[in-house]
Design a protein around this ligand. Structure first.
Ligand code: PMT
Length: 404
């Protein structure tokens, strides 16, 4: 499964460091070339010789121990890694990565690395629940770092609670699953729209909606992780876009239409998760509107339906639309799928708690030509994105999959 893959295994200083040895052995047996970096504290729990023997590679513990004068070790290691796994990851190692510290071999290599990072935390339950640790984990997740959650059970400190390192088999399975998924969209160009449009009324006022961009950004990030080249057309958003995408900022539905149609011909997959205004002001006032009377009537006109336009112009693109509904989800989703010539419609019932606009979670049903394809319960938007991309990758790869 892992033949030809270069993995850096970072082991930090917790009692679960001994499980790092079993993980190293599993990854090596699966065919990966594993280079181990240990923090100084990790070497108090387990010796570098153990890891050297299991990985059949030198173990790195000191940034200044430069063995090959032709390279700078931490840069060279970072440049050649396909994936970095930190297991166990202590609260300190997590804080250092979140804060961008680079004061030992592992943290310095992490800052130099551009490959994905998978972290398996292990610590006492109170440490794991400490607000500083929680917010560091959230920050890392927002940067695309992946996690294998700790398990619940007997902790070395005597507590029976959450915090023990996931078993080496589970971490190795997560690594294998990541590699299996990571190349699925390699060579594909994916266009994602995210956020809400803003329809100006005057220089300081506009019509918009509650879209935060979280759903679209999670989709863009998941597509990147699967090896796609991602163009992200984003309207008004409340969070930062994932790094590594080609980002195009737009304001109005018309600007989104122009940006999306401009890229359309060169795209393989288009996913329209943006909340686009259906109406805009007929006249945008050049000056701030004055409050002249008790009532103000705004005249609005329809915007162009971007998804429908794309559906009509579809050649080989695999087209995915969203549907924000509050009733008869299946009926309206299938109607949109057929009318707008989509390959899939992702319907969210935005009246449900935990679904739709703004939050970190969503509840969706995915529809295809044949009807309901998958129902996803309450999940993080990242998990929804990754499951959705799995469905898209599978369908777009079928013969004629993007030619329907
Ligand atoms: O951004 P978040 O806060 O994470 O919230 C996510 C979300 C709720 C915005 C997202 O999950 C979602 O449902 N996006 C679609 C919202 C929407 O506009 O739905 P709709 O049913 O009105 O439109 C159906 C489809 O047509 C959508 O793909 C939409 O992008 C598209 N459309 C709509 C109007 C228009 N003028 N042009 C379009 O392309």
């Amino acid at each position: 499964m892992l033949r030809g893959k270069s993995i850096i295994l970072g082991i930090t200083g917790g009692i679960a460091a001994y499980k790092g040895a079993a993980l190293c052995s599993k990854l090596t047996q699966a065919g990966a070339s594993v280079k181990v970096i240990m923090t100084e504290s990790a070497t108090k729990f387990i010796t570098p010789l153990t890891l050297q023997t299991l990985s059949r590679n030198p173990v790195y513990t000191d940034t200044f121990d430069e063995r090959d004068p032709s390279v700078v070790s931490h840069i060279d290691l970072a440049d050649h890694a396909d994936l970095i796994v930190i297991a166990p990851a202590t609260a300190n190692a997590i804080a250092k990565l979140a804060g961008g510290h680079a004061d030992d071999m592992l943290s310095t290599t992490l800052i130099a690395a551009t490959c994905p990072i998978l972290i398996a935390p292990a610590m006492n339950v109170h440490m794991y629940e400490h607000p500083a640790v929680v917010s560091n984990l959230e920050l890392l997740a927002s940067r695309g770092v992946m996690f294998v959650e700790p398990g619940t059970g007997q902790l070395a400190c005597g507590y029976v609670a959450k915090g023990r390192l996931a078993e080496p088999e589970e971490i190795a399975a997560a690594v294998e699953a990541w590699f299996a998924r990571s190349g699925r969209l390699r060579g594909k160009r994916v266009l994602v729209t995210a956020g809400g449009t803003m329809e100006r009324l005057d220089p300081v006022r506009y019509l918009t909606n509650d879209s935060s961009g979280k759903m679209g950004f999670a989709i863009a990030e998941a597509a990147l992780l699967m090896g796609a080249e991602v163009t992200l057309v984003a309207g008004r958003t409340a969070v930062s876009p994932p790094p590594g995408v080609q980002l195009v900022r737009v304001e109005s539905a018309q600007q989104m239409l122009e940006a999306v149609t401009g890229f359309y011909d060169e795209m393989d997959i288009v996913i329209k998760s943006a909340a686009v205004a259906d109406y805009r002001a007929v006249n945008i006032s050049g000056q701030k509107l004055k409050k002249n009377g008790e009532r103000l009537v705004l005249e609005l006109e329809r915007t162009t339906d971007i998804l429908e336009t794309l559906g009509k112009r579809k050649k080989n693109q695999f087209l995915v639309g969203f549907a924000a509904e509050t009733e008869q989800i299946g009926h309206y989703a299938m109607d949109k799928l057929r009318r707008k010539h989509c390959d899939l419609i992702v319907a969210n019932d935005v009246s449900l708690a935990g679904a739709g606009f703004n939050g970190d979670t969503n509840i969706v049903q995915v529809f295809g030509e044949e009807g309901l394809v998958e129902t996803m319960p309450l999940l993080s938007k990242r998990e929804v994105a990754s499951r959705l991309l799995d469905i898209i990758a599978e369908r777009a790869a079928l013969p004629g999959g993007s030619e329907k």
